[in-house]
Design a protein around this ligand. Structure first.
Ligand code: ADP
Ligand code: MG
Length: 672
């Protein structure tokens, strides 16, 4: 035990940040707000919270330290790491809180949490009195939630200082903003000219290469580069930045396939995928040293850009793209769009090759293309749907959201659109005040569309089904398709397919899963991702508890009358709908955009009057995923405020349907 403790201390002492420990502590002591800049891996996120506790600047009595992360993987891993460094059990002194998973306890004085969770805590503890220090980490990512926190925390700090003058028991709040890359001056200005602290990291020179020509197929270019590096360059692992899970999975399969064809005397290649939705045990493989005589190729989203430090990287391949959540005004809905990265992202990616020794970064784009990149990524608040943000601002008592203290003000049009959407959902009334429904919606750890559907399931008598489906949609995929067994997998999947589409297909899988009590062999035979189902069921448990809290029966079921489930989904997803055109294509209701059903959907190739979809992805075309069949007549009834002119005959039909529902239905679906 003592040996381990010494080892940990020795490790901590060799981190770049440790040499500045005293100066950092002194700076934190004398300033209410500090901006800390330092290279990824220098020790900011793991060490600064410990410094604060060691120096007595935060404690159980004064209040603890909250450290926000834009990503849950980062929050979870960091808490585990710091618990290890402090030789304490996770969940005692050090813990984490992420959506649907909370290890913190009243003993916790260093808590890593997602920015969304801190926003939620403000709802119940409006001055965040349980914390003495709030650390807003990875501030450069400018996620929507982090941006909202900037304004809110700044205000909380001001109020606490005023209250402290009257009542000494109320502690002033300390704010620490951290990042590897940010416009420190701008942040300092926003936070009343806060002190800026630079932590020097160890960064070795990195050779940067560009392609001579633009690359038509970035996956192909990545594959060629990986094998060129492998065959021509000395030892060292390769980190490849890719836009998303799809690309990562295809390339993982390709690398492993080609690796098997290497000459016997050649080192092996081992592909390790890394993305937020990957189960933690698989993520851990990225950190494990490569086996003997093997070179690791880590295929990652921008999660490895700053949040996570991976040892052993000597080569970086940057495809120059990222998938960003964005509001696409042309189609009127939010989607994940493939985007060129910014210059600062490109440099951040490059830097990953120079942590331990000199390295090389291969940029799969031309030097000219690099010069054309934006300097910084546009903050989410400038490109996203703001409905969720506006709802939480309203729920924390900020009435005039147009006047809120934004670091970068969103456009008036996008704020107005968010208000319109909340109005259509019934979350605010025509005066812009939060309705009772809106208050309930803000309580759920879900996007407004989902929380509306969940709450509405009470009316439609199908909470059991809706909770199950939302939980299953919250995980990446409950299906598992090995690249060498695609046909068997799709054959096995057939028996679950519901004629009305993916939502009810998911439900069928869960029903069968429960029947066999989650048998592992059954999962294997049917190509079901057991792990993801388990995660979904944990989510389900949480949603059930939330329902009980607001007096909803989580077990009400519509039995075989499954249309109710889809009608209920429409009450939130009325904008994610498309209608069949005479030529067989589907046109979105919200933006008159042509959309294609994703080949992975149960509805692929089918022609129905209308479809409802869970998400829109843009690759080469606009694809919709999570698709189910609907009738166009359901639309105005599900969202009367959105489609505000309901023809009287439809209203009559609707009321009749509602009456028919009063009859008891056979229960065919039982929870475990
Ligand atoms: P920063 O926030 O400045 O990017 P961190 O505090 O996250 O740096 O990490 C500092 C160092 O701690 C890393 O360089 C790495 O060596 C080590 N480290 C961090 N997290 C882990 C982990 N989960 N497992 C092993 N080592 C870790
Ligand atoms: Mg960090």
């Amino acid at each position: 035990f003592i040996k381990k403790k010494e080892e940990m201390l020795a490790f901590r002492k060799q981190l770049p940040i440790y040499t500045g420990r005293d100066a950092i502590i002194q700076c934190l002591e004398t300033n209410d707000t500090v901006i800390v800049m330092g290279e990824t891996g220098s020790g900011k996120t793991t060490q600064i919270p410990q410094f604060l506790i060691e120096a007595g600047l935060a404690s159980k009595e004064l209040g603890g330290v909250a450290v926000t992360q834009p990503r849950r993987v980062a929050a979870v891993n960091l808490a585990k790491r710091v618990a290890e460094e402090t030789m304490t059990r996770l969940g005692s002194k050090v813990g984490y809180t992420v959506r649907f998973d909370d290890t913190s306890s009243p003993q916790t004085i260093i808590k890593y949490l997602t920015d969304g969770m801190l926003l939620r805590e403000i709802l119940s503890d409006e001055l965040l009195l349980r914390y003495k220090v709030i650390v807003l980490d990875e501030a450069h990512e400018r996620t929507l939630r982090t941006d909202m926190l900037f304004g809110m925390i700044k205000k909380i700090q001001k109020v606490r200082l005023q209250k402290h003058a009257e009542d000494e028991s109320i502690q002033p709040l300390k704010i620490v903003i951290m990042s590897a890359t940010l416009d420190a001056e701008k942040f300092s200005e926003f936070f009343n000219n806060a002190k800026i602290l630079y932590v020097s990291g160890r960064l070795y020179p990195v050779d940067t290469m560009f392609t001579a020509e633009p690359q038509a197929d970035y996956l192909d270019a990545c594959l060629v580069s990986i094998f060129q590096i492998h065959v021509n360059n000395p030892k060292g692992d390769i980190l490849v930045f890719l836009p998303g899970q799809d690309a990562i999975e295809s390339l993982t399969a390709l690398v492993n396939e080609y690796s098997a064809q290497l000459r016997p005397q050649q080192q092996r290649l081992l592909a390790c995928p890394l993305f937020a939705a990957l189960p933690p045990s698989q993520q851990q493989k990225v950190f494990d040293p490569a086996p003997e005589n093997t070179r690791k190729v880590i295929l990652s989203t921008n999660i490895a850009e700053t949040s996570i430090t991976i040892p052993g990287i000597k080569y970086v391949i940057d495809c120059g793209l990222a998938k960003l959540r964005g509001f696409n005004p042309k189609i009127g809905v939010e989607s994940l769009l493939l985007h060129p990265i910014s210059k600062s992202s490109a440099w951040q990616r490059t830097g990953r090759a120079g942590r331990e020794a000199a390295g090389v970064c291969y940029r799969l784009y031309t030097e000219g293309a690099f010069r054309d990149l934006e300097d910084d990524t546009v903050p989410e608040i400038r490109r996203c749907n703001l409905a969720a943000a506006v709802l939480s601002l309203k729920a924390t008592g900020i009435e005039n959201i147009l006047e809120f203290d934004y670091m970068d003000r969103p456009s008036r049009a996008s704020l107005v659109r968010a208000l319109e959407e909340l109005y259509a959902l019934g979350a605010i009334d025509d005066k812009g005040n939060l309705s009772d429904l809106g208050k309930q919606m803000a309580e759920f750890p879900l996007d407004p569309t989902y929380s509306k559907v969940l709450i509405q399931s009470k009316e439609y008598g199908c909470s059991l089904e809706v909770i199950a489906i939302i939980s299953l949609l919250s995980v990446d995929s409950i299906f598992f398709t090995p690249s060498d067994k695609r046909e068997q997998a799709s054959e096995a999947r057939k028996k679950f397919i519901h004629p009305d589409g993916d939502h009810l297909t998911l439900l069928n899988v869960l029903k069968s899963y429960w029947e066999v009590k989650g048998d592992i062999e059954w999962c294997k035979e049917n190509f079901i991702n057991n792990r993801n189902i388990k995660i979904a069921l944990e989510v389900r448990d949480q949603l059930v508890r939330f329902c009980e809290r607001i007096d909803m029966n989580p077990n009400s079921t519509c039995g075989s009358d499954t249309d109710n489930v889809l009608k209920c989904f429409l009450t939130g997803f009325f904008q994610n709908t498309a209608l069949l055109q005479p030529d067989g294509s589907y046109k979105s209701v919200a933006g008159s955009q042509l959309v294609k059903i994703h080949p992975g959907s149960a509805m692929f190739g089918k022609r129905v009057e209308g479809i409802l979809y869970n998400e829109l992805v843009f690759t080469t075309k606009h694809y919709v995923r999570g698709v189910s069949a609907i009738q166009s007549a359901w639309l105005p009834l599900a969202a009367p405020k959105y489609f505000n002119n309901i023809p009287p005959h439809l209203m009559q039909q609707y009321q009749q349907q509602q009456q028919n529902q009063q009859q008891p239905v056979q229960r065919i679906f039982h929870p475990q």
